[in-house]
Design a protein around this ligand. Structure first.
Ligand SMILES: Nc1ncnc2c1ncn2[C@@H]1O[C@H](COP(=O)(O)OP(=O)(O)O)[C@@H](O)[C@H]1O
Ligand SMILES: [Mg+2]
Length: 310
């Protein structure tokens, strides 16, 4: 019987509702699966055959600690997704690597905390028209993320305060134009399980104004089932392949991540030219919305059990 840890955070000790279903599906397959809080110092990670990262959404302000934890687990057990993926994918700078590999991403200005930005310097880096978004490069659950209006002086001022707050905490700031189609067409999430396309869901817009701080570790999302276009699934598959190639070519050509990723979620939006662009490649702790697609829960549970027994 495999012992499987579903890693979660202290705010969700009994997992998010989706992952509670996964735990039950694993139990139904004869595995011993339990929710385990990632930063609980009493846990013996070596006692698990597989540690699956799930709702660990509180690491954004302490990524180093989280990656250190992943290294520990990697030494004594099996981690999914594996350590190199966790190291790379918990910081949205990975978007630059994907862009270099030919994946279209949402155009982004990166403001690094190693530089000192005056209010004036921040001001000049914001768009002159339309709405724009300020968000941290290490983020989960739309926390610390806000939407601002370029021509409104008050809104610009709030954006400057927001960026300063993040930079002051040593965090990289991402500035993006607000992608208008998120309000109309919505954001699409395409889920891959064990390297195979599984299902897609539609996500409603998350941002309606400045960052005012949110209680909890994530903002509630409005999701619905989605039948995607073939072209978009191919775009999503291309992003996953680019990530795989990235690991395959680093460190002297040794493939750091030889197996297909246990899970991948590709978040896609449409730009002003009507083309798909990558918002985020979620390889660490994505909600998989297995309740919104027939067969998805079973596919995921089967893949987890197979990985634990391999
Ligand atoms: N440039 C953007 N245009 C429109 N909406 C955005 C933009 N950036 C972020 N958002 C909204 O904020 C949400 C969270 O941003 P995201 O980059 O996915 O970070 P995370 O999910 O890791 O917190 C997105 O799902 C989307 O609704
Ligand atoms: Mg997201």
């Amino acid at each position: 019987m495999s012992r499987i840890a579903l890693a979660t955070c202290a705010a969700l000790p009994d997992l998010h509702a989706d992952d509670a279903l996964v735990r039950d599906a694993l139990a139904a397959r004869g595995a011993e699966a339990e929710a385990v809080v990632w930063d609980d110092p009493t846990v013996d990670w070596a006692s698990y055959d597989l540690v699956v990262i799930r709702s660990t959404w509180d690491y954004a302000q302490r990524r180093a600690e989280f990656v250190e934890w992943a290294r520990l687990v990697d030494r004594v057990s099996r981690l999914a997704n594996p350590l190199p993926v966790v190291e790379w994918s918990t910081d949205k700078h990975y978007l630059r690597d994907l862009e270099s590999a030919g994946v279209r991403i949402v155009p982004t200005q990166w403001l690094e905390p190693s530089r000192v930005f005056t209010s004036r310097a921040l001001h000049t880096r914001f768009p002159a028209s339309g709405d724009f978004v300020i968000k941290p490069a290490v983020s989960a659950g739309s926390i610390d993320t806000g939407r601002y209006t370029a021509i409104d002086a008050g809104s610009r001022g709030l954006a400057i305060s927001h960026a300063k707050r993040l930079l002051g905490a040593g965090r990289t700031v991402m500035v993006q134009r607000y992608v208008g189609s998120v309000d109309t067409a919505g954001e699409r999430a395409h889920v891959f399980i064990a390297g195979e396309y599984s299902h897609s869901v539609l996500k409603g817009a998350m941002l309606d104004g400045p960052d005012v701080g949110v209680e909890g570790v994530y903002r509630e999302e409005r999701m619905s089932p989605l039948v995607p276009s073939d072209g978009e699934v191919e775009f999503a598959a291309q992003a996953v392949r680019a990530a795989r190639r990235y690991f395959g070519t680093s460190a002297d050509g040794v493939d750091l991540v030889p197996e297909p990723l246990l899970y991948a979620r590709v978040d896609v939006v449409t730009d002003d030219d009507g083309e798909p662009v990558l918002m985020e490649l979620e390889l660490v702790e994505p909600s998989l919305f297995t309740d919104l697609a027939p067969g998805a829960l079973e596919r995921f549970a089967d893949a987890v059990v197979a990985r634990a027994e391999a």
